[in-house]
Write a protein that binds this ligand. Structure first.
Ligand SMILES: C[S@@+](CC[C@H](N)C(=O)[O-])C[C@H]1O[C@@H](n2cnc3c(N)ncnc32)[C@H](O)[C@@H]1O
Length: 319
């Protein structure tokens, strides 16, 4: 059985998931948490700083609210880069920053997985738990990934897609990941690339940073209006030219255009919001992510960087 830890006093929680909606209480510090069958909410207002507040608004209360299934399951995309990843995954897994929970569900269907924990800060966690309540392998935890509510050495594998670069301390998330991984366990993660070798894309990052600064000063309706406007502009200057180039047989060149997969302004709107409404977008090269992973005490065994991002497999060496 999973060993939980109270995020308030860091002592072990000698309690598990409650069978029906009820409060569970830490016997050391008396902090209360709510639990229901396959769900525990560990999040307290003191865990929510400025960055976390923006994350809550953008994902849990925004993009992931309806729990819509994305056209693309991220873990499949990652499996194409880290070959054999899904075949290796077994035992107890943590989907760190599980978003809408679709990857968590996918992982639970892999034949060798026994228990899968989806963890996110979003208010949509309760809805994910309800949606997946009949899947007995899955448990959903609402918590801040900078302070994981698990005791040491609990997981065989951690999977994390597009999360650590949106937190205010990626190194702390990696340290926490190492702490809760069993010796010999592995972390698979995806982070944004800094596009060190692509001047054109680096210019795009500068523009993105400027727009994010402007957006952070606007109120919500203006933020959304600006995103819709940018979706329209991106459709005109990236997607239509990419489609025309493909029609004339320039498929390879067309694939280099941002969001070339889009079909309409609406189809790219969630992606635009994901980028521009994020609280922070840290970016890494293969070298800088290796350094960070190693600073956290993990050993990077595979780092694949391409124009979509950086894919990392790192091990908690048992020595
Ligand atoms: C870009 S989304 C990725 C979601 C999911 N992994 C996927 O691939 O669709 C980033 C996720 O990280 C979560 N997140 C951001 N900061 C967090 C934090 N401090 N603790 C836990 N989750 C966090 C957000 O709520 C959001 O669901």
């Amino acid at each position: 059985m999973i060993q939980l830890r109270c995020p308030n006093c860091l002592e072990s929680l000698a309690i598990g998931f409650a069978s029906k909606d009820q409060r569970i209480s830490c016997s050391y510090c008396s902090q209360n948490y709510t639990s229901q069958q396959n769900y525990i909410d560990f999040l307290k207002s003191k865990d929510i700083g400025k960055v976390e507040m923006q994350a809550l608004e953008t994902w849990g209360g925004g993009l992931h609210k309806q729990g819509l299934k994305p056209s693309l399951i991220h873990i499949e995309l990652m499996d194409q880069r880290i070959t054999g990843m899904t075949e290796r995954i077994e035992g107890r897994i943590l989907d760190l920053g599980c978003g809408s929970g679709h990857d968590t569900d996918y992982i639970s269907k892999l034949s060798k997985t026994e228990e899968v924990f989806g963890l996110d800060i979003g208010e949509n966690c309760r809805e994910i738990a309800k949606r997946l309540k009949d899947n007995i392998k899955i448990k959903i935890i609402r918590a801040n990934c900078l302070n994981l509510p698990f005791q040491n050495s609990q997981f065989d594998y951690i999977y994390s897609y597009g999360v650590i670069h949106h937190t205010n301390s990626p190194i702390q998330v990696l340290r926490e990941s190492k702490r809760v991984l069993k010796p010999g366990g592995s972390l698979f993660m995806y982070v944004y690339t800094s596009h060190t070798k692509n001047l054109f894309k680096r210019f795009g990052i500068v523009i993105e940073t400027i727009i994010m600064r402007i957006i952070s000063r606007l109120n919500k309706p203006f933020k959304i209006t600006l995103c819709i406007f940018l979706a329209l502009i991106s459709w005109l200057i990236f997607i239509i030219p990419a489609k025309v180039l493909s029609l004339f047989g320039w498929k390879k060149f067309a694939a280099k255009f941002p969001m070339n997969w889009g079909t309409s302004p609406l189809s790219i709107l969630p992606d635009i919001k994901d980028r521009l409404l994020a609280p922070v977008n840290y970016r890494y090269s293969a070298k800088t992510i290796r350094d960070l992973v190693e600073e956290a005490g993990l050993v990077a065994s595979s780092i694949i960087e391409d124009h979509t991002g950086v894919y990392v497999a790192a091990e908690h060496s048992s020595n």
